[in-house]
Design a protein around this ligand. Structure first.
Ligand code: DX5
Ligand code: ZN
Length: 215
């Protein structure tokens, strides 16, 4: 069970210090938004480079951008250990996953809540992680969408059927209240933004989320 706090709801003027508040995290989830694929704008490779210099934790870059085919490998070069592109935005998911791996990163593909997983069953072996969004991407602090739970279970059944070593990540509305449902459905990697950074003690929240997921 891996907890990957999202810094989207952290203090952007002090990101290095904000990441230092969560030493128990497994990875740091970095939400890259381009104001086109989603109606919000954050940061790009320069910020990933700066964060990589400021922490020993692996960075998990979630690219909510158009044309990830052109930009995703640059995030590995910037220092991200894992790079997630959206299947709705890519022209060639197999080629892109291979390029991310060739650059030395872990390849991950994200599906919006209404995007089915079945069309991608035969390419799951190209991935190190599959991200099933449990909100529409774009903003932190949204309500968890229970309608994604059956898809998590179907994706887990697919990975078991093919004997794949694929991390199943959920992102959006993950909290002490919702994380157990995700884990029961088969998720093993959990992004939590507002739950962690609105807590008085963010690191204690990371530990509590992990314990609740594993219970
Ligand atoms: C939403 C982002 C999430 C966001 C999650 O588009 O991809 O990573 O930070 O925030 P919470 O946990 O508040 O839903
Ligand atoms: Zn995210």
């Amino acid at each position: 069970m891996q907890i990957t706090p999202s810094i989207l709801n952290a203090d952007f003027a002090a990101l290095g210090a904000e990441v230092a508040r969560i030493p128990s995290a497994d990875m740091v989830h970095v939400d890259v938004m381009d104001n086109h694929f989603v109606p919000n704008l954050t940061f790009g490779t320069t910020m990933v480079e700066a964060l990589a210099r400021s922490t020993d934790l692996p960075l998990d870059a979630h690219l909510m951008i158009e044309a990830p085919d052109r930009h995703a490998p640059a995030y590995v070069e910037a220092g991200a250990a894992s790079v997630t592109f959206h299947v709705e935005a890519t022209a060639a998911p197999v080629r892109l996953a291979r390029e991310i791996r060739a650059a030395g990163g872990r390849a991950s593909m994200a599906l919006r809540p209404a995007t089915p997983v079945e069309p991608y069953e035969d390419m799951l072996g190209e991935l190190d992680m599959l991200l099933l969004m449990t909100v529409e991407p774009g903003f932190g602090g949204q309500k968890f969408l229970d309608l994604v739970l059956p898809k998590i279970a179907r994706a887990k059944a697919m990975t078991d059927k093919h004997g794949l070593d694929l991390m199943l990540q959920v992102d959006g509305g993950v909290s002490l209240e919702t994380i157990a449902r995700c884990a029961e459905a088969g998720a093993d990697t959990f992004v939590a933004g507002s739950a962690v950074y609105s807590a008085d003690d963010p690191d204690a929240m990371v530990v509590a989320l992990r314990e609740t997921a594993a219970a």
